[in-house]
Design a protein around this ligand. Structure first.
Ligand SMILES: [Zn+2]
Length: 107
């Protein structure tokens, strides 16, 4: 597998601690949804769109407005995993993860 470059932008500096890559999977059927770069420690409550590293449809969606972004849906079992919203504290597009709909694993 190709070595992934970490995304470094203005948000990176505001988070102390290490970055890690998480594999996000559907908790129902175990299908991989995306790879995600998490900055710092703590619980994963939301997925910032600019931190999602691989997702076929998401890469096209990143330039859209919030109202145009579809919920994150498992391509296999069609469970809704997360819904888009603006994280107000940073005025930043993110997916709010629906309780226990995903599993994460550090890779
Ligand atoms: Zn699924």
């Amino acid at each position: 597998m190709a070595k992934r470059k970490f995304i470094i932008n203005r948000y990176t500096k505001t988070r102390q601690g290490r970055n890690k890559i998480l594999q996000i999977t559907c908790s129902k059927c175990n299908t991989e949804i995306c790879k995600y770069q998490k900055d710092g420690d703590g619980r994963l409550l939301r997925l910032y769109l600019d931190r999602i590293l691989s997702h076929d449809t998401l890469t096209q969606v990143l330039t859209l407005d919030k109202k145009d972004i579809a919920p994150l849906i498992c391509p296999n079992c069609h469970t809704v995993l997360a819904v888009p919203y603006i994280y107000k504290k940073e005025n930043r597009l993110a997916y709010r993860i629906i309780n226990s709909s995903i599993h994460k694993k550090e890779v």
